[in-house]
Design a protein around this ligand. Structure first.
Ligand SMILES: [Mn+2]
Length: 332
């Protein structure tokens, strides 16, 4: 590692003391969540620790290529068994997770295990651990894990490097977002030196879609409508489109970035018609705080990315309501 690394970081003392460690991350896991989880798990195992990775839902198809993904336990009984056979020195580390609720249904049970450490880069992190290492300026939790591992004096395996590189590349939008710092690139360089292969990883992440996703995209783009002098771009996915293409809502990931990237657009909106509910995603280019709009419908999120769900309303009616609120927010 280079001299730019800043010494011992995060819960390295806790890791040194704990022979048995449970790693958890947020539900609806993204590349940073899973990459950090599996990268740190690999490192801890190489240090001779007994490690359990727990996530209460299945790993999304997109991330199944990550080394170790198959070892993630999805049943809480695995946690209970681990605790039953563990010694005194068991610890939990929650990764990339802003608050306890984001751990899912088993959050409260996991949170009863002590010591409970948090490693995260979300601005709004509630600091819900016994020890919290939260650095909101960081590009990704994966970047923090690489510094942590550097402080532990462990060399990353190519498997761990692959996981952590995936964390970096996904959470920085392929090194495009403002959170990408010179340090992010140094960490990326280190990961490549340890065996991460950017070409292969990017192909897995970005050039590996099933045809049904493209067919769904074709239909969803057909719904595009522009409002307010092309400042608002709206797309929808309807149940019938999923039925026709065989795709699922998970195949719509990143669709919202298509209207968002139009040069006149300030806000992009994506309506997703579920069985009983409509989910709405809002993305802003910066001038409009879409979390205020989501909040008016009982949702939440950040100024640039937020969302909510609504039931008992037709999609067209909901769209009219959302547009009205957005115009107030844009021009009000
Ligand atoms: Mn993250």
């Amino acid at each position: 590692m280079t001299e730019t690394m800043t010494g011992i970081k995060g819960p390295s003392g806790l890791i040194a003391q704990s022979e048995e460690i449970i790693l958890v991350t947020h539900i609806k896991p993204d590349g940073d969540a899973l990459g950090s989880l599996l990268g740190l798990a690999d490192v801890l195992r190489s240090m001779g620790k007994r490690v359990l990775c727990y996530l209460e839902e299945e790993v999304p198809e997109l991330y199944k290529f990550l080394p170790g993904a198959a070892l993630i336990e999805t049943s809480f009984s695995a946690v209970r068994n681990f605790l039953r056979t563990a010694g005194e020195s068991v610890a939990v580390i929650a990764l990339d997770c802003g608050d306890m609720n984001r751990l899912g249904r088993s959050g409260p049970s996991l949170h009863k295990i002590h010591p409970f450490a948090v490693i995260d880069h979300h601005k709004g992190n509630t600091g819900f651990g016994d020890m919290n290492w939260i650095e909101p300026h960081r590009s990704s939790t994966g970047e923090m894990i690489v510094d942590l591992v550097d402080g532990l004096g462990v060399r990353l395996s190519s498997q761990a490097a692959t996981c952590l590189y995936t964390a970096l590349v996904t959470d920085t939008g392929s090194f495009r977002y403002a959170s990408t710092s010179s340090h992010t690139y140094r960490v990326a360089a280190c990961l490549v030196e340890c065996g991460a292969e950017p070409g292969k990883i990017n192909e897995q992440l970005y050039d590996n879609y099933p045809l049904k996703r493209l067919l769904l995209m074709q239909q969803v783009l057909g719904t595009l409508r522009m409002f307010a002098d092309d400042r608002i771009g709206v797309i929808c996915v309807r149940r019938s489109m999923l039925e026709q293409t065989g795709a699922t809502l998970s195949d719509t990931e990143n669709f919202i970035n298509l209207p968002r990237a139009v040069n006149t657009v300030q806000v992009a909106v994506f309506f997703k018609e579920g069985e009983n509910m409509i989910s709405v995603s809002l993305r802003s280019r910066g001038d409009c705080d879409v979390s205020m709009v989501a909040a008016r419908f009982g949702g939440g999120g950040h100024a640039l990315a937020s969302g909510f769900r609504a039931g008992g309303i037709r999609l067209d009616d909901l769209q009219n309501k959302v547009l009205r609120e957005l115009l107030l927010q844009l021009d009000g």
